[in-house]
Ligand binder design. Structure first.
Ligand code: ADP
Ligand code: G6P
Length: 466
């Protein structure tokens, strides 16, 4: 077995196994913030990525991607249902996102979650060379840090949570709260998107585990666990160079033409997820049309919603509701050859996304809760001129960084309507100042800065518990 000095452990491999139309298998980059962020930094670093390839049954061996080795972990049909669709995405995901959808507590899922976490931990322990760094990602694998500590006390263990960590009152609802907390605190460094999360965890560790210490330095048993905020980012240089390619620029021009050269374009790009606030946004937009404050002849909305977790009931229900509502809005307000909304329920490649971002007058990113939201940062990186507005939810981690966006509370539909109008009517000088501010920020806080900050802190961890 080949071993590496850096091992990343994440539920998903950075590539998806897709059946091509001719039945052959082809691989594409997985949508979602985590895969995109880590893919960017690991392409050139010798490392092994332990993860699930997307299907069920025995995992196939996979070729390296540059210097990155892939170590696939298999899932059976039952494990996919109990671990991924069940405990991870029907219990933890909604609970960690402020319970905007009711979390499901199914006692049968826990054992499967634990079994699969153990499989990931064993795979990581196998491919880590002596004294390696093992970096575990996200809520699917919250038990893995402690399991690796038991299997391989010689390695340094990091854990990063890409999603929000909930307030203690919500976390306390979890039937397996003690195991989940202890599992995560098996790491030497636990990283979050926002400082509040570290504070919440320190409080819970005191209450549930009898830990001592402060927010960023938890004393648990005879160890120190460091915690901190490391807001994740994107590969700004990649998005910028993609956006400058002549065929992307031409594609953007063509899209603008197809949408109506004289029209103002509102754009949203999301995974089709109930945390993203798509329904609130559609309500706001359709009311603006209904009230005559926005005219379909001079404004159009583009909603890209990439299919996600489609076997989970709440996601299927959401998709049906959104498609009904888009149909209603177009039926009521569209004109022949002139829909009010273009709805695209499909994955796009990076170049298509770069072109789309360039067509928007207003990028509308209004999640009800989001750990970070990389789409907001991608939009800024893709803009080649100092124009275009970003309407951004206060409840996205990105809002703490992109202060020059038009910030909005997406639960307040009237406020959302006013902010959309404000962004549509903004003065070009104001937009230019805002765009420059956001661009400067992401340029110096890109994905490489994030990885450097986290890995440096991890290497300086393992401090004595005095
Ligand atoms: P999340 O991690 O919850 O999905 P983020 O906004 O942080 O939300 O990340 C979403 C990622 O998925 C971005 O990198 C974005 O470019 C990508 N993405 C979104 N929509 C699509 C799509 N239709 N096709 C391909 N990738 C997409
Ligand atoms: C979010 C999560 C990731 C996840 C991604 C896509 O970004 O934090 O862990 O990979 O969504 O979701 P999926 O269920 O398709 O992996």
């Amino acid at each position: 077995m080949r071993q590496s000095s850096l091992v990343v452990v994440a539920n998903r491999l950075p590539l998806d196994d897709n059946a091509a139309p001719d039945g052959a298998c082809e691989w594409r980059r997985s949508p979602g913030g985590l895969a995109g962020a880590l893919h960017a930094i690991l392409e050139q670093t010798p490392a092994t990525w332990v993860g699930w390839g997307g299907g069920v049954g025995p995992a196939r061996d996979l070729p390296d991607i540059g210097t990155l080795r892939l170590r696939p972990v298999s899932l059976s049909e039952d494990e996919l249902a109990g671990y991924y669709e069940g405990f991870a995405n029907s219990t933890l995901w909604p609970l960690y996102h402020d319970a905007v959808e009711q979390p499901v507590f199914d006692r049968g899922w826990w054992e499967t979650y634990r079994t699969v976490n153990r499989r990931f931990a064993e795979a990581a322990a196998e491919v880590a060379e002596p004294g390696a760094t093992v970096w575990v990602q996200d809520y699917h694998l919250q038990l893995v840090p402690q399991m690796i500590r038991e299997l391989r006390p010689d390695v340094r263990i990091g854990f990063f949570l890409h999603v929000p960590f909930p307030p203690p009152e919500l976390f306390m609802q979890l039937p397996r709260r003690i195991e989940l907390l202890r599992g995560m605190l098996g790491a030497d460094l636990v990283g979050f998107q926002r400082p509040q999360a570290a504070h919440n965890v320190a409080q819970l560790a005191q209450k549930l585990l009898g830990a001592r210490g402060a927010d960023e330095r938890i004393l648990l048993d005879d160890r120190v666990v460091l915690t901190g905020a490391f807001p994740v980012s994107i590969d700004v240089a990649e998005m910028r160079s993609l956006s400058a390619r002549p065929y992307v620029v031409n594609q953007a021009r063509q899209l603008r033409h197809d949408l109506g050269a004289h029209k103002r374009v509102l754009l949203s790009v999301d995974r089709l997820d109930y945390t993203k606030g798509i329904e609130h946004r559609l309500t706001a937009y359709s009311e603006l049309i209904r009230d005559g404050r926005v005219k379909v002849r001079d404004t159009v909305m583009v909603q890209v919603a990439v299919p996600s977790r489609e076997r989970v009931e709440s996601y299927r229900g959401l998709r049906d509701r959104i498609e009904r509502e888009v149909g209603r809005i177009n039926g009521e307000y569209g004109r022949v050859g002139e829909p009010a909304i273009h709805y695209l329920n499909q994955p796009f490649d990076r170049a298509d996304l770069a072109a789309l971002y360039q067509t928007a007058d207003v990028m509308v990113v209004t999640p009800l809760r989001d750990g970070m939201n990389l789409v907001a940062k991608e939009f800024v990186a893709a803009r080649r001129e100092d124009n275009g507005a970003l309407v951004l939810s206060e409840f996205a981690g990105a809002a703490a960084e992109l202060e020059d966006a038009f910030l909005v509370n997406p639960h307040d539909v009237d406020g959302l309507k006013e902010t959309l109008l404000h962004a549509l009517a903004a003065d070009p000088d104001d937009l230019a100042t805002r765009m420059k501010g956001m661009r400067d920020y992401i340029t110096s806080n890109d994905i490489h800065a994030w990885a450097r900050a986290y890995l440096t802190a991890l290497h300086e961890s393992r401090v004595p518990a005095v």
